[in-house]
Write a protein that binds this ligand. Sequence first.
Ligand code: BES
Ligand code: MN
Ligand code: ZN
Length: 495
Amino acid sequence: MKTDLSFASPAEVQTECLAVVVLDHGSRDKTEVSLETSDSAIKDATAEAIASGEVTGKIFESTLLHHPAKLKATRLLLLGGGKASNFTPSELRKLAGAAVRFLKAKGIRSFAFLAPESITSDEAVKTIVEGAFVGNFDPDIYKSDRKDQKIDSVAVVTRGESARLQKAMDEGCILGASQNFTRELVNEPSNRMTPTILAGRAREMAREVGLKCEVYGADKIKELKMGAFWGVAQGSDEPPALIVLRYEPADAPATPVLGLVGKGITFDTGGISIKPADGMEKMKYDMAGGAAMIGAMRGIALLKPKMRVTAIICATENMPSGKAQKPGDVQIAMSGKSIEIINTDAEGRLVLADGLCYARQLGCTHLVDAATLTGAVVVALGYVNAGVFANDEKMYERFTRALEKAGEKFWRLPLDDEYKENIRSNIADIVNSGGRWGGAVNAAMFLKEFAEDTPWLHLDIAGTAWIEENKAWIAKGPSGIAVRTLVEFARDFKD
Ligand code: BES
Ligand code: MN
Ligand code: ZN
């Protein structure tokens, strides 16, 4: 998607459609609609529609006017942004996505978005572009009658210093495109996104943006004594991949080194503790944590923060077979800890255990992992918030700052020592499944054993990596959750 800045006055913008935000300034029960622009030509062109009462400013309400009087635009789209008091860059991002989805379905290929006046112009430009990219993605790539409707070009109409605004626009493009790159990877079914193919896509991306990439197979996994990772991989005929991406800018100090560790289960059958058939097809997205790290590395490579970042993606299928690990088996993780495998479906924490240990061995001083780790986090938080766990307050504080910038929703869950009892084993150091109650916490407690004393965040994105229903601003399917937040996290990492 092509993106441009326009400094023209709104009436002069020549476009297939000019999108303008309308807000509800009214009090609780009374609506009072107002345009997010003081431009008199836009006011005149919309006066009748607004006076009619049809336009209420309700969030995502879309009113399309043809041949608006005295404007050069062919159409004018009035986009409801909800209550004025709740209108933030986060709503604006979604509105841009909603405009894209509304207009592309009507065969429109190019439009202009008038930046609202209540948000600073560089923040508005960045979020509009991010939202437009997110809205432009559709998952139906294997349909033979695919319409492939896309917006080819969007202009943001704004005012201000052009160099600054161009930078904001470039940032928005990088963040939106990186999120969509992750969504592309997650969208692929497991026969078209094996660990080997995932590694190939990571390598290709790394070449394009100038990252170092190493891909290792079963031999290296065994040589590193990654018994937990191998325990999962041993059951599959499809070879596993240990993917390492490195961002090492010349101007960065030797430390800190941020380690991003991703769960890359390209299909999770559950293994011998096999999952029910109903809904199992969704387990193709069990590599969404790994894909988020790959997408985040793309964004980081292009935005060039002055800090080293290393990503480790542990990619394998989780399959039942004559070679598969069985409940009761004991595996020795790379760190030396012994793990009793109670449930082979708790495989994500196994591959991450060795991924976290390897990240520490490679010199990472701060760790973040992302994983579609537990059904329990979906029970706890639904599809709205993802779960975040932290063993370090400063890391959590940095993360909340990044969330604010990226407009993503995570909710912190606890890691009290009392939960450790749930993962006690009779035969080994720990079990891999702490049972049903507090399942998301038990999984996080397991990972904590492998982060050891390194400042660490764990992101459980099981409920948020896949969107079940179409939304105004985003298609159902892979969400690309965590990518924007992780990039912002790395950009703003102050020790
Ligand atoms: N990949 C699943 C978790 C998951 C569930 C992701 C729903 C996306 C949507 C994970 O490997 C898993 O199977 N977890 C088990 C753990 C249990 C056996 C302790 C679960 O949550 O049921
Ligand atoms: Mn599983
Ligand atoms: Zn899984």
